[in-house]
Design a protein around this ligand. Sequence first.
Ligand code: HEM
Length: 342
Amino acid sequence: MLTWAWYTAILLVVGSTSAAYACANAPRWPRRLTAVALFSSLLLLLIVGARLWSQTYDAFGGDQPLELAHARVILFETPWGGGWLWQAGATALTCLVVMAWRWRWSLWPMAALCASATAFTTALTGHAVGMADQVWITVPAHGVHVIAAGWWIGALAIIMLVTAGSDFERDTPARVALAGVIDRFSPIAIGAVTTLLIAGSVATWQHVGSVAGFASPYGLALAGKIAAFCGAGLCGLYNWRVLRPQLSSSGDAARQLRTMAWLEVSLGVVALILTALVGTLSMPEPAGESSHTVAASRGSGFDDGFEAFEVGAERGLHGAGHHALGEKTQSLQLTRVVNLDA
Ligand code: HEM
């Protein structure tokens, strides 16, 4: 749930900056847009903080109250903590730049840069960074993939939000303004979908490995996500090719276009829910490897949790037997309980 909320907030922040490009010539909506961007970035900062708490709880939580020292172990003595520091730094910077952007519109490209950098840091925790031999390809693929998802689905959600409330069926100037926004958004969406698909295919090839890998729980959840992506893509295609040309002259086309756009966003949300699920599952096992080898070598983050737990034990911190399964904050009950006071 927290991972899904994190992805959603990232997509909204990135999306608000690409929606800024689309809305730049429409006099009605820019002010609303910066308000939504600021709200999304502050929400993102809150979620990033909650992720540290959640990861610390998964490693050490239980009967004992958590202390700052527990979080310090996660932050400074695990690879996950290193990735989190980049994410938190980029998010805080984005919040500041978005505040400045609200004050001066011309700063939106800077906000776009910071938001995209924040999206890129997503890859620094999770499966991408856990694939020791392939990080040079998995980290850029995941990073670019998330940026592209924001420039498409995030931006569409923001456009639908900030343009809500106008009577597009009767208000012709509003409809013409909306058509202008869609015209500027379409090339961005096409570029973003193409990039998303290429980067997603690279990540799939790295993580699934073979067609047989799609029969695993990981592969099945990923296949569901790809189906949701196809549905969203079809909605976008219908809006672009069929409804947009009628938009300026037909109130009914405006109503249909908005309904289809919300469907497109909803399917994107389904894809994000499945992504959060995929992140908690072990990647399919290549032929001839045991599941433990796969967990350790292919980046489930298994080692990370042990590391935090054991470093914490060395420091005399209580561990109740929970252990963070990498980025996705799954807890796995360990069979032993560490209590160094005993
Ligand atoms: C609506 C479309 C999509 C959205 C919103 C989306 C979003 C995301 C996000 C946010 C991540 C997390 C990256 C991370 O935590 O490092 C991700 C990972 C991934 N995506 Fe997508 N994606 C979409 C479509 C696709 C498609 C079409 C493919 C395949 C062709 C794909 C394949 C993957 C793979 C393999 C991962 C890595 C999962 C893992 O951590 O094990 N995605 N996606």
